[in-house]
Write a protein that binds this ligand. Structure first.
Ligand code: DMJ
Length: 462
């Protein structure tokens, strides 16, 4: 209890009442230094306005393309031809926040222009979590069968990626020819496919999707070390590890997330077993309390020897996953560490050294993980600190990442110099999780919904 009070006080002190856009000022209350109560309806409405602000920037400067560059007012496409990354990623966020005309126009654009028969080499992981995930949640929320047909076509075109000697997918596949490339992959790109392929299998009655993605995860898990950890890089042809660095950051993160969530969504007992073994190894070897706070650093996967004390924006997904698994205590402790990382510069950097609290990589890519964890913690435990943290995250985002045309990355959280890209996941994840956190009535009620790693809600309808 005392710990709770200290955390709430720290949040209040760190709060510093910067007031951004006018609607936010109303939601925030006067700048008196006193902590006003969290006005959830007003904040939820402000987040909705900010989603529309981002969407309008896309419509104006990047319509029919993948992502908008807010400063240069240009667009960015991932491949030769656009894959409509922003509309597909943002569709369910627009629907959830009741932006019906915008959601309808996104859906029509997708159905008219998303052509999957293309001689393009695409990244299996990114296309699965953003496009396949977005099409599936869009279908489940609208009942528009054309979205499921697109998902089915995409799934079929991605399947050749699993044709390696081990069954673990190549990183890239050509959507027309099925030609694969890049066998050097990692646990995140191999293990973060089953929620989407599994849901597609259930909705289309084509078990092959589930089988291929599940076999890939099992193959990876079987190659864990004697102490139960995975490394950072693996060759999908030989099955040999190329890097023994073990952590919960980029390249590994969502592998763990999907073990837990696939157990929850599909009731898959193998996933339950893999999750339990893996989290026990993480808590034993990777967790680090040497500074008095809880962090998850880096160790050698074979020996457990500590090799680095790095942590960053991507690692911040873990409090949410811990909360979802029922370990609310660790989840709170780790989210509190993440909050410390955020308040160092009033926006979290990509990477810090948690022993020295030095910033190692000062960029901020509009990442959602810390907000996602606040939302899950709040949903699971009713945790009041999550709301205060969420309000702080939102204010800082408005203060430092908002532009006249949407939101943009930061080149440095120290100088606050802006970059020039509105990542599609800012709409799909960061704003969605803020909205869900603040929304006073549960928007996605029930225990049958699991979010994929791009925040697309997948509902167990089978
Ligand atoms: C998103 O595409 C997903 O959340 C992924 O799991 C990690 N990277 C980005 C957000 O940071």
């Amino acid at each position: 209890m005392a710990g709770w009070r200290a955390l709430l006080l720290a949040i209040a002190v760190a709060g510093g009442w910067f007031l951004g856009a006018a609607p936010l000022a109303r939601a925030a209350g006067p700048a008196t230094g006193y902590e006003p109560p969290v006005d959830r309806p007003a904040l939820a409405d402000s987040v909705r306005q900010e989603l529309l602000h981002c969407w309008h920037a896309y419509v104006r400067y990047a319509w029919g393309h993948d992502e908008v560059r807010p400063l240069s007012r240009e667009f960015r496409d991932w491949y030769e031809q656009p894959v409509l990354m922003t509309p597909v990623d943002a569709l369910d966020a627009l629907l959830l926040m009741g932006c019906t005309p915008q959601a309808d126009s996104a859906r029509e654009l997708i159905v008219e222009r998303l052509s999957l028969d293309r001689d393009d080499r695409v990244q299996v992981f990114e296309v699965t979590i953003r496009l396949l995930g977005g099409l599936l949640s869009g279908y489940q929320m609208t009942g528009d069968r054309r979205l499921l047909d697109l998902a089915d076509s995409l799934g079929t075109r991605l399947l050749p990626a699993f044709r390696s000697a081990t069954g673990m997918p190549y990183r890239f596949v050509n959507l027309r020819t099925g030609e694969t490339s890049d066998p050097r992959s990692n646990p995140a790109e191999i293990g973060t496919l089953l929620l989407e392929f599994g849901t597609l299998a259930k909705l289309t009655n084509k078990p092959i999707y589930y089988e291929r993605a599940k076999r890939a995860v099992m193959q990876l898990y079987e190659r864990r070390s004697r102490i139960g950890l995975v490394g950072e890089e693996i060759d999908v042809e030989t099955g040999k590890w190329l890097s023994p660095a073990s952590h919960v950051g980029g390249g590994i993160d969502s592998y763990y997330e999907y073990l837990l969530k696939c157990w929850k969504l599909f009731g898959d007992k193998d996933c339950e077993r893999m999750w339990r073994t893996s989290i026990a190894a993480l808590d034993r070897y990777v967790a680090d309390r040497s500074t008095g706070q809880l962090w998850y650093g880096e160790v050698d996967m074979n020996t457990g020897r500590r090799t680095a004390s790095t942590f960053g924006a991507l690692h911040a997904f873990l409090p949410g996953v811990l909360a979802l698994s029922g370990d609310v205590q660790r989840a709170r402790q780790l989210e509190s560490s993440c909050f410390t990382m955020w308040t160092l510069n009033s926006i979290e950097p990509e990477l810090i050294d948690y022993r020295t609290m030095k910033v190692l990589d000062a960029r901020y890519a509009l990442r959602p993980e810390i907000v996602e964890s606040a939302y899950v913690l709040h949903r699971v435990s009713g945790d009041p600190a999550s709301l205060l943290m969420g309000r702080r995250f939102f204010r800082d985002l408005v203060a430092y990442c908002r532009t006249d045309d949407g939101y943009t990355t930061l080149k440095s959280v120290v100088t606050k110099e802006k970059g020039d890209l509105q990542h599609s996941f800012f709409l799909a994840e960061t704003l969605k999780y803020l909205y869900l956190l603040f929304s006073p009535s549960p928007v996605l009620a029930g225990n049958d919904v699991v979010f994929n790693t791009e925040a697309h809600p997948l509902r167990r309808t089978w």
